[in-house]
Design a protein around this ligand. Structure first.
Ligand code: ATP
Ligand code: MG
Length: 564
């Protein structure tokens, strides 16, 4: 297999589309390449679209070509400007810039209409009066051929005048359609006189009420590619059967270029839904709080959750591009998220379930400013100041009155190190009337800042803490996978039944170190021992910051990291 040494330092085998492009360039079949990402603006982009974005924009970058962003907006009822705006924002956020202006298939409606007239004039298209139900019947099945429509042999003149009437709004929806005259006996159902235009008295988000007939997706997509002189039109495998039709239009129309379609396997991700229709259902029925809910696999949801563009791009690179359908372990995505955040996120301390710790041998009114590195192995990220006081908070689960040897935290009579600070020894657990521990009293082991105690008794572990006097109060949201089934989209089950009931835990009264007071949306942190967090862009306020857990420090679900 040929390899590519031009981009990146490790040489990776070229995937099949890279090989095709390289060959086409070498053979002079194309002078330069042009790709496009062609979303329908009927929903927000998800992680599957990210794969297509990385592929199309990535190829253009790699081979010095261009990549367009084109909205394939042929379905007026389902599309709107909110989706258009979100898609542009997501593509940019992923780190890509499209070539020139954003394009819209709807900008080509005049040209596409002209091409419909052209097909009629060539005797290759006709107005058909079969109702949608009848048309389905005439179409035949996968195993039986279809039947010719009784309207198939209308004269060119009649077809031109009927199509003009369709355009003028003289027919109701469903009354007639314009169809290509190809082959009702073709084994490929897409070639059985496919619909080119339907009557649809719908307002379009860009063309307004100019049209009451709309071209079908198939009659628009390839011609839009041709208008934009796309050299490699890349789509997912479910369009493989549409390729003969794609080619038929290109061959039978006076188009300015002859693009070619290539298909790759879509991304299916375990524990994840990647169907816009189902994602929309989750939003519409209120199972999540919007398209950008941090539990959603949408690009905007991942962003709000704290996932970085680099993590998504690395993930897409890692999974590769093939023609074989399969299911990618969501652990691969999680691995890429952790990998990037571990490298780049500054460290901080935050106590999620606070328990008061009183240091009996530390002066009441004293504040000692300790310094801690922002990142253990990236000096350039600088340091932060940790105010250390007599009263601190530690994590409730980091203290036990008694415990066995496996428990590496604070135990009565035993020692632990406070992260970035002193070693302490616990002396007493103060309880309320119900016997709940409400405070731990301990003392600092002398001369233990940044070194082991002089008496040779080492601490059993390290726990995090914040000052009880100088901290910020915050809310923390712990997310888990949205679905408990590996394949929530499996047929035969309602995917709503596989929603993980524990997909969100909201913790109030959390205490974070004071340096987080200046955190802003878009920053990432590792809360030591807890995972990676970011400020929530929706619920966070100046008075009450809300931190989303992007992901835990370790994979608690699968064994993927050992496979990588
Ligand atoms: P629909 O067409 O049903 O609205 P869609 O997911 O195909 O949904 P599009 O907006 O048409 O959405 O997708 C834009 C591009 O992204 C297409 O080229 C499509 O093939 C690609 N794409 C969509 N889903 C995936 C996926 N899971 N993996 C890879 N590419 C995908
Ligand atoms: Mg689609």
């Amino acid at each position: 297999m040929s390899t590519d040494n031009t981009s990146g330092n490790e040489s990776k085998p070229l995937h099949f589309i890279q090989q095709i492009i390289k060959r086409d360039l070498n053979e002079g079949k194309v002078q330069s390449i042009a790709t496009r990402f062609p979303p329908e603006p009927n929903g927000y982009l998800h992680i599957g679209h990210a794969k297509s974005i990385c592929l199309n924009f990535g190829l253009a970058e790699e081979f010095g070509g261009t990549c367009n962003l084109r909205f394939d907006d042929t379905n007026p009822e389902k599309e709107n400007q909110e989706y258009v705006d979100s898609i542009m924002e997501d593509v940019k956020w992923l780190g890509y810039q499209w070539h020139g202006e954003v394009r819209y298939a709807s900008d080509y409606f005049d040209q596409i209409y002209e091409w419909a007239l052209y097909l009629i004039e060539q005797g290759k298209a006709y107005v058909c009066d079969l109702s949608p139900e009848q048309a389905r019947e005439y179409r035949g099945t996968l195993t039986t051929p279809g039947k010719n429509s009784p309207y198939r042999d209308r004269s060119i003149k009649d077809n031109l005048s009927l199509f003009e009437k369709m355009r003028a709004g003289e027919f109701e929806e469903g009354r007639c359609s314009l169809r290509a005259k190809i082959d009702m006996a073709s084994p490929n159902m897409n070639m059985r006189d496919p619909v080119l235009y339907r009557v649809r008295k719908a307002h379009h988000h860009r063309t307004g009420d100019k049209w009451c007939i709309y071209p079908s997706y198939d009659f628009t997509h390839g011609q839009s590619d041709a208008i934009e002189k796309i050299s490699h039109s890349i789509c997912t495998l479910e369009f493989e059967d549409h390729r003969p039709l794609y080619d038929w239009f290109i061959e039978n129309l006076p188009v300015p270029a002859r693009p070619h379609q290539y298909e790759f396997a879509r991304l299916n991700l375990s524990y994840t839904i990647t169907s816009k229709r189902r994602l929309k259902q989750l939003v519409d029925e209120g199972h999540v709080d919007g398209w950008n809910d941090p539990r959603m696999p949408t690009v905007s949801g991942l962003r709000r959750r704290g996932v970085t563009p680099a993590a998504i791009r690395n993930f897409c690179d890692r999974i590769g591009v093939t023609r074989s359908e399969g299911m990618v372990d969501v652990g691969m995505l999680e691995y890429s998220i952790r990998e990037d955040l571990d490298k780049n996120a500054p460290r901080a301390m935050c106590v999620l379930r606070p328990l008061k710790l009183v240091l009996t041998n530390f002066a009441e009114d004293k504040t000692e400013l300790l310094e801690a590195a922002a990142h253990p192995n990236r000096e350039e990220l600088g340091s932060r100041e940790l105010p250390f006081t007599k009263e601190l908070y530690i994590e409730e689960e980091d203290f036990l009155e008694e415990a066995n040897k496996k428990y590496k935290r604070l135990v009565l009579g035993k020692r632990v190190r406070l992260r970035n600070a002193y070693v302490i020894e616990a002396d007493e657990a103060v309880k309320d009337e119900q016997g709940n521990i409400i405070e731990v009293r301990a003392h600092i082991v002398e001369d233990s800042l940044g070194k082991d105690p002089q008496d040779g008794v080492k601490p059993k572990g390290v726990i995090h803490w914040v000052s009880a006097q100088q901290h910020i109060d915050c809310e923390v949201r712990l997310y888990d996978r949205l679905f408990i089934e590996e394949n929530p989209a499996a047929s035969g089950v309602d995917f709503l039944n596989s929603i993980n009931p524990e997909n969100l835990v909201i913790l109030r009264g959390c205490k974070a170190e004071i340096s987080l007071a200046t955190a802003s949306v878009g920053d990432h942190f590792q809360f030591e021992r807890q995972g990676y967090f970011c400020l929530d862009s929706r619920y966070s306020t100046q008075e009450m910051p809300v931190f989303n857990r992007t992901i835990g420090l370790r994979d608690s679900w699968s064994k993927i990291s050992s496979q990588l």
